[in-house]
Design a binder for this molecule. Structure first.
Ligand SMILES: [Zn+2]
Ligand SMILES: [Zn+2]
Ligand SMILES: [Zn+2]
Length: 542
């Protein structure tokens, strides 16, 4: 039961109660009222006081208001003395009259609700606090009635009867609300972590190469391509390519390596090896992937790392390292980047398998000037493309070492077969040793305009060659006719321009930035998965 139900009802004043009591008592009440009536307000006394020294009694409020304007007794007109305006000092509570008033019997304020009790005005509060007719409210529903009615209601009120069940439900709801709040907090924390990471990614993306190129001062250009500034030795690992491969089998690219992609920077071995792999392997960047006739690119093209030719030409015969798991005679094209004297060029061995076929079959290749070879088998050759003509790299020397390599490979793999010998040797003069068997081709190609771009030119030759050599309808089909008749004099200078090379620097930087982002994203996903695994299990529900 709740007592709040009658809080809004202001209790009647003592004077209102007295008036009601006198009214209810009829003639006797009127008589009583006359004796307890203030001559100023004509109502029952409210805080009766008499005025010194006369002794007439008035309500305290009535006489105080009068004396603030007058200095006479309102009933008799006698002059009164109020020192220093202190009215309270001349008023004395009339205890006798107050006691009479307090002793008056008055009805309970809940008479209208059925209470028949009367009690002395002074004791009324005690009764009314516990009056059985005092309005009350059901503890669990909106029902309002007297205390007795509410007590009866609560015996049957479904909310009261089911109270304990409802309490348990409420406790459960509060519990669930707590869990929801916890979950929201966790979500917020995760959202914030995501936002922080996003900001990091955006900061990185903002540093993408396109913008860096603008920032890079022209003074950074080097006259000697060799000199590596302190920035180019920054060993911070940026990404590995291909990603997700053991470090020993992938190229680890550092911040310092990437600085070399700025205009005027000289590409080092790692950058050339990285992008050559991309050209061959990355389907999105290689036109080879779209040629339905070409088949599996990886099985047709092999790109050697740049230290292959360096070691080979130093007379290092341990070539197994570069051909482990690779049958070079099963390839259509072998891409060989050559770096010497701080200059890059590109050699391509075409159709080495044809050499092998002839060695096995003893097949004598049709001579190049016979008329009916046009649709004959593809012609083995070494194409050398150099962005500085023949001023730095010797095509003859490169061809010589590549012949040497092919022979070593053949002997290693086919010890029981007839050796194919491209050198003048014991069987010199036979058709098999026709030096035309492995032609050297030096087509005209775009030439570099500065000292630093040779690595990019070598990469671009590889890209353009693979596009044209294998795509349907392309002009450079590497067959016997092309090689023998046209290739040496063929002019490929329109393949691309210096502007394309500048563009290529930006493309490689963009790719590097993408690979770095991919690496960061992968690390973030790993971090999240670890967080999820480490999170404590949910609180069991109550
Ligand atoms: Zn009065
Ligand atoms: Zn009562
Ligand atoms: Zn109820």
């Amino acid at each position: 039961m709740a007592d709040a139900a009658d809080a809004a009802e202001a209790p009647p004043s003592k004077r209102q109660r007295l008036e009601a009591a006198f009214e209810a008592q009829g003639e006797e009440g009127r008589r009583k009222r006359q004796h307890l009536c203030c001559s100023m307000c004509l109502g029952p006394f409210d805080e009766p006081v008499f005025v010194k020294p006369l002794g007439n009694t008035y309500c305290k409020g009535c006489i105080t208001a009068w004396l603030s304007e007058n200095r006479t007794d309102p009933l008799t007109g006698t002059r009164l003395t109020v020192r220093e305006g202190n009215i309270a000092a001349v008023l004395v509570p009339n205890i006798a009259v107050q006691q009479i008033i307090d002793a008056q019997s008055v009805p309970c304020r809940y008479a209208a609700r059925g209470c028949e009790a009367w009690s002395a005005l002074g004791d009324l509060e005690a009764h009314e606090a516990n009056c059985p007719c005092k309005p009350s409210k059901c503890a669990r529903c909106a029902f309002v009635g007297s205390r007795l009615e509410v007590a009866a209601h609560e015996q049957a009120c479904p909310f009261v009867v089911l109270g304990p069940v409802l309490d348990a439900q409420n406790a459960r709801i509060r519990n669930l609300e707590g869990e929801v709040r916890d979950a929201k907090r966790r979500l917020t924390a995760e959202h914030e972590a995501t936002q922080r990471l996003k900001a990091r990614l955006e900061a990185l993306e903002a540093q993408r190469p396109g913008d860096l190129a603008v920032v890079s001062p022209p003074a950074a250009r080097r006259t000697r391509a060799t000199r590596a500034g302190p920035a180019e030795t920054d060993p911070t690992l940026v990404f590995q390519y291909p990603p997700g491969v053991a470090a020993s089998d992938s190229i680890v690219v550092t911040r310092g390596d990437l600085r070399r992609l700025e205009p005027g920077g000289y590409l080092n071995e790692k950058l050339v090896d990285f992008y050559l792999k991309v050209i061959v392997a990355d389907a999105r960047r290689s036109p080879l992937a779209e040629d339905p006739d070409f088949g599996n690119m990886a099985s047709a093209v092999h790109a050697f790392p740049s230290d292959f030719f360096t070691m080979l030409s130093a007379g290092n015969e341990r070539v197994e390292r570069w051909t482990r798991g690779v049958d070079v005679f099963a390839k259509k094209f072998l891409l060989v980047p050559v770096v010497e004297d701080l200059h890059w060029s590109l050699a391509i061995v075409c159709h080495p398998g044809e050499l092998a076929k002839r060695a096995i079959a003893g097949h004598i290749y049709p001579t190049v000037d016979s008329a009916d070879h046009e649709d004959g088998p593809a012609r083995p050759c070494v194409i050398h493309m150099d962005s500085r003509g023949s001023s730095l790299h010797s095509a003859r020397k490169i061809e010589k070492w590549l012949r040497c390599f092919l022979e070593m490979e053949w002997r290693k793999r086919h010890a029981g077969e007839e050796p194919f010998t491209l050198w003048a040797g014991p069987r010199a003069g036979s058709a098999i040793m026709n030096p035309a068997d492995l032609l050297l081709a030096r087509p005209k190609v775009p030439q570099q305009m500065n000292s630093a771009d040779s690595g990019l030119y070598a990469l671009r030759y590889a890209q353009e060659f693979l596009t044209r050599a294998v795509c349907r309808g392309a002009p450079l089909a590497v067959n016997g006719r092309d090689v023998s008749l046209d290739f040496r004099d063929h002019d490929f200078e329109a393949w691309f321009t210096g502007r394309d090379i500048a563009e290529m620097r930006r493309d490689i930087k963009k790719l590097a930035a993408d690979l770095e982002l991919e690496k960061i994203r992968a690390a973030y996903r790993r971090e999240q998965a670890e967080d999820a695994a480490a999170r404590p299990p949910r609180r069991p529900r109550q």
